[in-house]
Design a protein around this ligand. Structure first.
Ligand code: MN
Length: 129
């Protein structure tokens, strides 16, 4: 998607406009229900060795991102909109807009949209050093 980025400061900074963000559809993400959409705001080069994802996940009503375990990395979710049932390493609780979760290395998580509007999440995966 680099062709859609407006480069400033001689390419040392970037500005990705909302309308230029391209989403990828993923069916049964990690064994989840239905089709979710996801995007990564930054390239591998921009994230260097710190992260492997800074992006957004959109889960339509009734769909889910299946439970999975992270190894040698942790992942934070920040809920932007909607209502979800979050599985935090085996413990389930409801999450809503403004809430943040974090799964550390060796632990797992998953999330299901239990509302009637899209569940929008910012996801950040940080690599262990
Ligand atoms: Mn994850």
């Amino acid at each position: 998607y680099t062709d859609t980025i407006t480069k400033k400061n001689g390419g040392k900074a970037m500005y990705l406009k909302n309308e230029d963000v391209k989403f990828e559809s993923v069916e049964n993400a990690r064994g989840g229900k239905g089709t979710i959409r996801k995007t990564s705001f930054l390239t591998k080069e921009e994230m260097k060795e710190s992260s492997r994802l800074f992006g957004k996940i959109i889960i339509p009503p009734g769909c889910s991102f299946g439970y999975h375990v992270h190894e040698k990395e942790g992942e934070a979710y920040h809920i932007l909109a909607g209502k979800g049932m979050y599985n935090d390493n085996g413990t389930e609780y409801e999450v809503n807009a403004g809430d943040t979760t974090y799964t550390m290395s060796g632990c797992g998580h998953g999330i299901e949209n239990i509302g009637d509007t899209d569940l929008e999440i910012i996801a950040l995966i940080l690599l262990d050093k």
